[in-house]
Write a protein that binds this ligand. Sequence first.
Ligand SMILES: C[S@@+](CC[C@H](N)C(=O)[O-])C[C@H]1O[C@@H](n2cnc3c(N)ncnc32)[C@H](O)[C@@H]1O
Length: 258
Amino acid sequence: MILRMTTLMTTSAITTNMTTKNLHQTVDPIGQAILDFAAKKKPFDIIVSSDLCDDDIIPIEVLFRSEDQMPELELVALDLCKGLILDIGAGAGVHSIALQERGLKIKAIDISPGAVAYMRKNNIDAQQIDVYHLEQSASFDTVLSLMNGLGLAKDLENLNFFLEKIYNLLKPGGRFIADSTDVKYLYEENDGSYWMDLNGSYYGDFKFVMKYNKIIGPEFQWLYVDYDTLHKHATACGFKCRRVFNIDENYLAVLEKP
Ligand SMILES: C[S@@+](CC[C@H](N)C(=O)[O-])C[C@H]1O[C@@H](n2cnc3c(N)ncnc32)[C@H](O)[C@@H]1O
């Protein structure tokens, strides 16, 4: 079975603001959701709210997808991984597990304590750390970031800073493999024109709040970047950038360090 990867802030129609007030605030909704599903195996949803679009829903099973449930884009990404791999924003570690099963050496990181606890229990070499706090030693052959993984760049203004960090983590000849979505379609009007505030921020700059049960995480920024813009920034950072797969507005890019 292939799970449709329409989740996590990719497909909601632009509508009105929504409020997240009056609910109890703690810090690790995704981690708690991962731990609860691992313990009870009962399906539930994680809710992702944005100031720009309707609530999006991540069925928890999506974070536990097996290789045969992954969309083709992710399988292409896995096939392109080589050498020592760093999986950033690894979540429940589905790609790390798949790569380990292929006999590859991986290290996973995630900012979520619950996600990292789960990965460690599953024999993944996982560390709880913000990608921005990683030491800049050029030690990886591949850095992998999937499920709109370029979102870790936060916003367009920060994209070069993020790409430089990744560049510094890679050995010469290493590659950054990541996906994103051109969300321009969210702004399309019935007549085919686009509604955008040209004086506002980049149309792929989003702010989200993640909720699971009564646990509400802090607001976080997530970037959706169109391929041409990524290409321009990646080239400026010294990468050779290629789009290796795309389906609808979702694409996979490989950024090679010379
Ligand atoms: C959409 S989930 C994707 C998980 C996994 N890559 C997958 O495809 O199932 C994004 C993950 O990135 C993690 N994350 C967000 N910001 C991060 C940061 N600054 N450093 C490390 N991990 C981060 C979140 O905790 C979350 O687990």
